[in-house]
Design a protein around this ligand. Structure first.
Ligand SMILES: CC(C)(COP(=O)(O)OP(=O)(O)OC[C@H]1O[C@@H](n2cnc3c(N)ncnc32)[C@H](O)[C@@H]1O)[C@@H](O)C(=O)NCCC(=O)NCCS
Ligand SMILES: Nc1ncnc2c1ncn2[C@@H]1O[C@H](COP(=O)(O)OP(=O)(O)OP(=O)(O)O)[C@@H](O)[C@H]1O
Length: 211
């Protein structure tokens, strides 16, 4: 069974695109959601996070104080690295267990904001990058989350630039409204069902034709 990573910088539309694959019956593991789950459910992790970021990291009822943590980590790369080092191993383990539960699917998707930054793309057979220009992505996130331009920009600045990700991705989906997204998803789905080329070969073909 193929494991396909799907990512894109903030506001690119990777969750929207992943939902389209779900409509086609493809199981999707949402790493960002899983991260939040383990950050409240795994006692070792909650202790580690409190030791690193203080007891304000959680509300009295045990829920995660996302705004507080976001305020720290998205303005300080070293703090973000510490949080990633605590959280990512637990998410990787959860993904491995999840894959075993979906072994009858033709392929599965792992949706992750930091697929390339975390190195978890190396565990995928193929990767999809969803792209859109930065101002469009920032505007989408401001509208979706009701955050300021500076807050959205700070998160964007903590991510690897889109151009660097394009060089690593097996497939690129353009979600800037210049091309319809559903036909792009359908074409990729057909390809994954019928043409499971090894990742390296696919990557080399794309590079050869400058796709
Ligand atoms: C700091 C937290 C609590 C903020 O939560 P909040 O609900 O406000 O944001 P959310 O998780 O939905 O993230 C929104 C967007 O921020 C960006 N983002 C999130 N985590 C990271 C990260 N580690 N590095 C860079 N950008 C990130 C992504 O574009 C993401 O889609 C949360 O993002 C978090 O715990 N991040 C660290 C864990 C992590 O890496 N998760 C993602 C993949 S496992
Ligand atoms: N093609 C599109 N046209 C207009 N709006 C879109 C399009 N694609 C996504 N959006 C909207 O943009 C916002 C961001 O999309 P989405 O949540 O899928 O992005 P994301 O890459 O998962 O973001 P994040 O990294 O913040 O989790 C959402 O409100 C979504 O409805």
């Amino acid at each position: 069974m193929l494991k396909i990573g799907i990512t894109g910088n903030i506001g690119s539309g990777k969750t929207t695109v992943s939902r389209l694959f779900e409509l086609l019956g493809i199981p999707v593991f949402y790493a960002d959601d899983e991260a939040k789950k383990v950050m409240t459910a795994d006692p070792e992790l909650t202790t580690g996070i409190q030791l690193e970021f203080g007891s304000e990291a959680y509300f009295d009822d045990g829920t995660l104080n996302r705004k507080y943590i976001a305020g720290i980590v998205f303005n300080n790369p070293a703090q973000l690295q510490k949080l990633n080092a605590l959280v990512h191993p637990a998410v990787f383990r959860a993904f491995d267990a999840w894959v075993l539960q979906h072994s009858s699917a033709p392929y599965v998707l792992k949706e992750a904001a930091v697929l390339f930054e975390s190195g978890s793309y190396k565990d995928c057979d193929y990767t999809i990058l969803v792209t859109a220009p930065t101002p469009m992505r920032i505007a989408r996130v401001m509208q979706r989350d009701g955050i300021s331009e500076a807050e959205a920009q700070a998160r964007n600045d903590r991510q690897m630039p889109e151009e660097e990700k394009q060089a690593l991705a097996s497939f690129v989906l353009c979600n800037d409204n210049s091309q319809l997204i559903i036909p792009q998803v359908l074409a990729l789905h057909e390809q994954f069902l019928t043409l499971p080329l090894p990742r390296l070969l696919q990557h080399d073909i794309r590079r050869f034709f400058s796709l």
